[in-house]
Design a protein around this ligand. Structure first.
Ligand SMILES: Cc1cc2nc3c(=O)[nH]c(=O)nc-3n(C[C@H](O)[C@H](O)[C@H](O)COP(=O)(O)O)c2cc1C
Length: 364
């Protein structure tokens, strides 16, 4: 029944639904194994190694789409080179009252104030353990419960719970929808947080011989001095990489008729410029060795490649697929292959940093 219904649902029909209902249906379609898009052709030139992991291609599904690790393998089938599940908190959590996702159609943007709605660590661990024999890079994004008395403890629990089954872990301290969470980006708190998560990760690693890479996901609403502090702490604690960026609180330059004043984080096209500037500045501060994942407003091969030129090793998207549908990753990868052809490049990594200085010179 749901299959037949979905087959007849195009983007226009999905857009008649409340965004959260549409999201739920898309998860169901992937879970049911519906052939929602063709897998793209493999291209050796798009392969890349980052933080000790070998990616088939540099395009990933960003956190927040598959919060509960229900469909990572179906997402990989769409062509994504990696999938980040979560954000997961230790205890299940309902999040904020609905409605809490809004489409800003004219801007190809979304505002969300979900507030880490998720089924908690245990449920996700069970699902991930069930797929652990499979190939494919699946990262786990971890956060803190809204009512947690000791938020750092929640991150430590996340590391302990998922380090063995995650390809990498993302410490998410940049959601605008949990009050005070972003304050953990301030230097003193960040230093304590990073010491604790690295300690937890290393304790497990020494038992097992594998070191799970730790990435830090940051907000775009930061100034130069904040970025300098974050980069310094990342270096001091040998954090493997940064994900730049989460959604923004800014409402600059929007033209949609509705929803622009809703509270929450803005994602999609209008986030591209700011998140790319922050990315390039972080590349400059961190140097060439630290992994960087560029995210924010990617919706085409050109925007994906521009993130790499600005300094990204890998790229992620979420909002783009809401507007373009499940064929988007395949289209972006084919477009990247064409760019490799035109520029006569043997490897996508050769594009990295080629426009870093252009982007990092822009003011925040
Ligand atoms: C509906 C929605 C839910 C999200 N939930 C999360 C989340 O749980 N954890 C997280 O780190 N980022 C979350 N994000 C942020 C995305 O991962 C991404 O950083 C941001 O949307 C910018 O990328 P985009 O412009 O391609 O969407 C969410 C974004 C959206 C639109």
């Amino acid at each position: 029944m749901i299959l037949g219904l979905l087959e007849s649902l195009g983007r226009r029909a999905l857009f008649q639904l409340d965004p959260e209902t549409a999201h739920g249906l898309s998860i169901k379609a992937l879970k049911a194994g519906l052939p929602v898009a063709l897998s793209p052709r493999h291209d050796e030139r798009l392969r890349t190694s980052v933080a000790g992991l070998d990616f088939d291609n540099p395009l990933g599904m960003a956190a927040g789409y598959d919060k509960n690790a229900e469909v990572p393998d179906a997402l990989l089938t769409l062509g994504f080179g990696f999938v980040e599940v979560g954000t997961l908190t230790p205890l299940p959590q309902v999040g904020n009252p609905k409605p809490r996702i809004f489409r800003l159609e004219r801007d190809e943007a979304v505002i969300n104030r979900l507030g880490f709605n998720n089924m908690g660590h245990e449920a996700a661990e069970r699902r991930l353990a069930g797929r652990s024999h499979r190939a494919g890079i699946v990262g786990v994004n971890i956060g803190a419960n809204k009512d947690s008395a000791e938020r750092i403890d929640d991150y430590e629990l996340g590391v302990r719970r998922f380090a063995r089954i995650a390809s990498y872990l993302t410490i998410n301290i940049s959601s605008p929808n949990t009050a005070g969470l972003r304050d953990m980006q301030a230097r003193e708190q960040l230093s304590e947080l990073l010491a604790r998560v690295v300690g937890a990760r290393n304790a497990l690693s020494s038992d097992e011989g594998r070191t799970t890479p730790l990435f830090l996901k940051i907000a775009p609403d930061l100034y130069e001095a904040d970025l300098e502090d974050i980069a310094a702490e990342m270096k001091a604690h040998a954090i493997d990489g940064a994900i730049v960026s989460n959604t923004t609180l800014s409402r600059q330059g929007l033209s949609s008729a509705k929803h622009t004043e809703e509270a929450g984080g803005l994602s999609g096209k209008p986030l591209f410029e700011r998140s790319t500037i922050v990315l390039a500045k972080m590349r400059k501060l961190l140097g060439p060795e630290t992994a960087l994942i560029g995210v924010g407003g990617v919706g085409s091969a050109e925007t994906a490649v521009e993130k790499i030129r600005a300094g990204a090793d890998l790229v992620q998207l979420y909002t783009g697929i809401i507007y373009a549908g499940p064929a988007l990753p395949g289209r972006i990868l084919n477009g990247m292959s064409r760019i490799m052809e035109t520029e006569k490049l043997a490897s996508i990594g050769m594009l990295r940093d080629t426009r870093r200085d252009y982007w990092s010179a822009k003011p925040l």
